[in-house]
Design a protein around this ligand. Structure first.
Ligand SMILES: *Cc1c(COP(=O)(O)O)cnc(C)c1O
Length: 484
């Protein structure tokens, strides 16, 4: 009798712990050809363990098949549209992967002597230069490892500058439409968060703002275009209000893919900003990294940038640690090098005109979707959309799940928080008209289903390994399957 049948590989998969079988190993090393040492003598007995408890014993092919099967459960940008608003899930040209895997770059080590790292230094310096040019800023640090890390670095820079002027101040203004990382970064840097409301056009209310800015305000943290996909039309006035009270303008530049090649934050009063290279400049992301969140600043903030800084002399590139005003290190070494290489490769392949073209295509795609969906879905704000558009629908969560049955990744659900029932859609520039049309057809068909067969939508998805999960129970009473 057959007792164990593996279900179709796309339907079920045991944990590696459960497939463990004593004695199996994943690799074989050649016989030792040097005298053995006793690790407890070298490391100290307390640092040596005899075994790793419950470490799964599996063969190489077990491991490969396990993870390959798991990978087939994933939806990926290589399978189709991934319209997750605010996240900029776009196709990343494979050529940039090839560049990052160039032998001399792939095997480089941060402890390598400077003399052997001159090429890497030149790459970093060139990337800093082009990012400064794209943003209209004066200096860039590549150190922060992600967008949120860039935000924290940026607010620490604000604090350092104001402290040097004699008063670090107390508050940072954050619009109510901001990404959740913004208030978190402000708090981590030791400031209080003050919210400013958006007006009925989805923009910052400059009159409300003017009333809030006093000598205790250190900065505003503004996203532009904001998370509604709307360009802050009054950004110059916003900067004027802040600057008139000696406060700074920090821009969350995660949405730079709506601006690159068209408008430069440094030209409209922004004092410092971060960029998300893993969103705008071609690094596959999601699943936790690696990322890169460079911070670009205007001249007055340059002395405070994290240590070390690149410097160039007749002997070549080296690190400069002699910077008494620096906020210090924010990360080991100098950023996620592979991500930085991909970004520079992407920027150089596009050139200025290419980046501008990509931006215009991103705007065109978002507005194409907006136009075609406007009849069946209510647009949240009438102001023109940039690279993403936000609709509202009471059934946003169910519609998102139903999209999975139509072969698409859901859009961003219920964010930004100020739009009740938000459906936030960002197609990016890499989608074709055909793919966008399929997506539109799917959403229009679902809008019809909501009216004619709401049960079908409410219980979606129907085509996946697991169907609708109880998200509340999953969060409150997680069942962690593997128990000892
Ligand atoms: C993604 C995003 C962030 C955070 O970036 P991470 O790299 O995920 O830390 C911040 N602000 C906005 C507007 C974003 O879209």
């Amino acid at each position: 009798m057959i007792t164990k049948v593996r279900q179709h590989p796309t339907q079920n998969e045991s944990l590696l712990f459960e497939t463990s079988s004593p004695g199996k190993i994943g690799y074989q090393l050649p016989a030792l050809d040097v005298p053995p040492v006793d690790p407890s003598e070298v490391l100290g007995a307390e640092y040596v363990r005899e075994e790793i408890p419950d470490f799964p014993e599996v063969s190489e092919v077990d491991v490969i098949r396990h993870f390959t099967r798991l990978s087939t459960w994933n939806y990926a940008i290589d399978l189709g549209l991934y319209p997750l608003g605010s996240c900029t899930m776009k196709y990343n040209p494979r050529v940039n992967e090839a560049v990052a895997r160039t032998e001399g770059l792939m095997w480089i080590h941060p402890y390598q002597p400077d003399a052997l790292s001159q090429g890497a230094f030149a790459i970093l310096a060139e990337l800093e230069r082009v990012l400064a040019e794209i943003t209209g800023m004066d200096a860039v640090t590549l150190q922060p490892a992600a967008g949120a890390h860039g935000e924290l670095t940026g607010i620490l820079l604000v604090r350092a500058l104001l402290e040097a002027q004699g008063n670090p101040r107390k508050r940072v203004i954050v619009p109510d439409s901001a990404h959740g990382t913004n208030p978190a970064s402000v708090r981590m840097a030791g400031y209080e968060v003050v919210n400013v409301a958006s007006n009925d056009r989805g923009m910052l209310d400059t009159e409300a703002l003017a009333r809030m800015v006093d000598d205790d305000v250190a900065a505003i943290m503004i996203t532009n275009p904001n998370t509604l996909g709307v360009f802050e039309e009054h950004i110059i006035e916003v900067a004027r209000i802040l600057h008139s009270k000696g406060a700074l303008v920090y821009m969350d530049g995660a949405n730079l893919n709506a601006l690159a090649g068209i408008s430069r934050p440094g030209d409209y009063g922004v004092d410092l900003m971060h960029l998300n290279l893993h969103k705008t400049f071609s690094t596959p992301h999601g699943g936790g990294g690696p990322g890169s969140g460079p911070v670009a600043v205007k001249k007055p903030l340059e002395p405070f940038l994290p240590l070390p800084r690149l410097q160039h002399a007749s002997s070549g590139w080296s690190w400069n640690y002699d910077r008494p005003h620096s906020i210090g290190r924010v990360r080991a070494f100098y950023g996620n090098f592979g991500v930085l290489v991909r970004a520079l490769a992407y920027i150089m392949a596009h050139g200025g005109n290419g980046l501008r073209r990509a931006t215009l295509d991103a705007l065109l795609n978002a507005n194409y979707l907006r136009k075609l969906l406007e009849t069946d879905y209510e647009i949240a704000y009438s102001a023109p959309s940039m690279h993403e558009c936000v609709f509202r629908h009471a059934a946003t969560g169910a519609i998102a799940k139903r999209l999975i049955d139509y072969g698409f990744h859901p859009y961003t659900v219920s964010f930004p928080l100020i739009v009740h029932g938000a459906m936030m859609i960002e197609p990016t520039e890499t989608e074709s008209k055909q793919e966008l049309d399929l997506f539109v057809d799917a959403l229009i068909s679902i809008a019809q289903e909501v009216k004619e067969n709401p049960e079908l939508v409410q219980t979606a998805p129907h085509s996946t390994r697991t169907n609708k999960v109880d998200e509340v129970a999953a969060a409150r009473k997680p069942i962690l399957k593997w128990t000892r």
